[in-house]
Each structure stands twice: as C-alpha cells, then as structure tokens.
Design a protein around this ligand. Sequence first.
Ligand code: SIN
Length: 486
Amino acid sequence: MVFESINRKELWKQQAFFSGAWKDAASGKTIQVTDPATGQILGSVPALGKAETFDAIETSKKAFVDWSSRPAKERSLLIRSWSDLMRKNREDLAVIMTLEQGKPLSEARSEIDYASSFLEWFAEEGKRTYGDIVPSHRKDTKIEVLKHPVGVCGILTPWNFPSSMITRKAGAALAAGCTVISKPSELTPFSALALVALAQEAGIPDGVFQVLTGYPEEIANVLIDHNDVKKISFTGSTRVGKSIMERSSKTLKRLSLELGGNAPFLVFDDADLEAAVKGAILSKFRNAGQTCVCANRFLVQDGIYEDFIGLFSESVSKLKTGNGFDPDVTIGPLINEAAIEKMEGYVEDALQNGGQLLLGGKRLPEKTLFFSPTLISNVSENSLCFREEIFGPIAPVYRFESFEEGIRAANSTPSGLAAYAYTNDYKKMRILSERIESGILGINEGLISSEQVPFGGIKESGFGREGSKYGIHEYLQVKYVCIGGF
Ligand code: SIN
C-alpha cells in the first residue's frame, strides 16, 4: 500500500546505513513506524544497539581522514549534487514525510525545498572558511589563524521536521570537512533513510554520512559518551538538551543545542490587523503547531484586542484538519497519543484559570490523533499554555495594556528562541529589536525561517546557530599558529 505512492521504491529503506552497508540490527530487533493520520503500520527499521554505534563511530573516524583533507570545492560539488537529487526526488521525499509525520503534503514539499536549500547553501559556504593572518607582536614571528573541522559529529534530530533538521546540521558539518552520524527520531526514520540513499547516489563516500535508527539510550548516549565523537548537535526539548549538556561534560564535547521555545506573538494597537492575523495563522498552525518557533502565546493590546479576536477566530475556523494527503487539509494529525493528552490538559487548565474557549478544544473525531484548531481568549499568565511550550494547535490569547507591559509579558519566560511583534511604529520596532529576549524576532512577519539566516536561541532555548554564514562555524575549530625564526 505504502509503496504505491512512491515512484522510486529504492528510497523507501527499512534498513539503516552504517559501516559501509545497509544493515539490520545484530539483535534482529526492529521498531515499527506508524502513519499518525491512519494508525496504519508503515514498516519497520532496525533498533540498533551500542555495538553498531561503536562500529559506526570507527567508520566515521576513518572516513574523516580522507574527507577532511579533500579540497573544499570537491566536497562542495558532492554536497551540491546531494541537494540537486533532493529537488529531483522532491515528490517522493514529500510523500514519505507525510506518511510518517502527518503534515499536509504541501508543507512536506516546502520542507523538502527548505531541507535541500541548506545543502546548497553550505556547499557554497564550505569554500569560504577563511582563516586570518595577524600582524605579529614580535619582529621574528609570523601569526596565522586556521580553521579546522572538529571531527566526527553526532547529530540528533526530532520528528517534527524529519528532513530539514538533518540537512541544516549535516550540510554545515560535511562542508566544513567533518563526518556525520545521524540519529533521527524513531518516529520518523524513513525520511532520514531516503536522505542517506540520495547522499550515496550523489557520491558522498560511505563513512561520511551514516544514519543509525533506534532508541536514544542505545545510540545517542554512546555518541555523547564517546571520546572520538567531537561534537553533538541536538534539536529537541530543553529537558533533554540539559541532560545532553550534563552528560557531555565528561568528554567536554562541542555542543549546539536548539531547544524548545515559548514564542510570544505581540500585537500592538497600531498594528495592521489583517497582516497580524495572517502572520498569526502561519506562525501558529504550521505543522499543526508542532514547531519550536511557533507562536506560543498571543499577547494583544487592549485597543485592538476585540478586533484581533474577531478576525483571528474567523480565520482559525476556516482551517481544515485531516489526512495530509487530502489537498484541502491545512492541519494534519499530532504525532502521538501523548501529544493529544497534553493538548487536552492545556485546554482544561486554561479554562480553570479563567480562559474562555472560543473554538476547538478537543480531539476530532474520537480515537484519532487529530486535534481541532483551538482558540482560547482571556488566558492568564498562570496558565500552563502560557508558561510552557504547547507544540500543538492551541492559540491562547492574553490581553495587555501598555507597551511596557507587553514587553514584560513577552520576556516572562525562561525560553528565548523566537518572538513576533506587529506594529507600524518604527520607534517601537527598534526598541523591540533591542529588548525582546530571543534569538529570532519577526517584526510584521510570521514566517522567519530560511537557509540564509542564523537560526537559534538564547536563555533556555540553547545556543549555537544553524544556517547562514554562522552555521558552519559550529563545525570548525580555530587554531592559532605562531611561526618563529624570522
Ligand atoms: C524547529 O521547529 O525547530 C524548526 C522550525 C524551522 O526551522 O522553521
């Protein structure tokens, strides 16, 4: 059944790729993967263990010797050709993603474009990892600053963006001259396996990009603990990010942590109402709200509050929930039962804390993973959905009076990934740029992701930047060389 919709069957892999071959787990154990829209079992992937992870690290270490010593242009051409193959196989990759992750097919197609853009971008950036010549402090020495690839990298990625979170990390790492072991989420491994199949078609050597499927305890912990793995890049929750940081202290590993957010979406009295609502829909409901940079809390000023609620609820009521293969659907299923229960808990808690349910609020239909787009007004700052990352299609709206109060409420969170603000006053824009505590700020714009920009957070949303000219530096180390005897 699954195969019918995929043109190139060879992209649908049910084995992992490591140590030079497609393999099953030595234990014979597998993990079943289900379609969240239908509950249908799509297939299974190996549940690899510690021994296979050690093998992959050894392979990666050997491959690093050759890969890191190749001219940047040679690496660039291979990464570029990987990107081209992603575009060529866009439809199959998008179908695989919708099958295992559930997002609408149009969003999956956009994610494939987004994912391949990181490979294209870093194929170029890899040619520009310049060092420096520094004027010396002494007559008899010359000083150089060199950039070297850090070595074997472990990249740990989530289920919400099954392709782009991998290429955003792997593109930068490979272009810098590092080798990569990718551990995708066990909920969405097929997109990662299709990527490695295309990497091979592009001519990327076997040990340079490997994908290990299985549970985090068996794979991620080995990568984190191992002395030969020099860097871990993780996208996921703040809770797991903290434990990775703690665990990494034993080997003082380089880390990039792209962790959870709690994005405020500020709408000031002078905002363009229609633009604000359009941005709110895009930002909140992309990927059914399962995005780290999703608007989490709508903070709306008194004077525009009623109008915003009116137009926002009109727009939310037009969203269509259902199977991502239905062309009219704008919101797919949530990833699992735990996510549904979390949404139910947020709604109940918000209403107990004085919130008013305007739309949605429940799973529809029963026994599925679809949660209806939900709008709650008069939400209080005590509500869990105000304080925590929702990661689902619930839009809580909070009312504030003054500009200062808006800024205070926006910053009243330990998270600092993305924030959004709508105003037509340039002075306010400048002040917000300085005072909003986030790594990313969208002003009069709800869609802020692309390969050219530095993506990443501050505060408990982690550190490190992905994409842009900064992204490659996460995979490079600086060496200062002093040459004496002149
Ligand atoms: C994320 O949710 O972490 C990724 C979202 C994006 O890149 O836009």
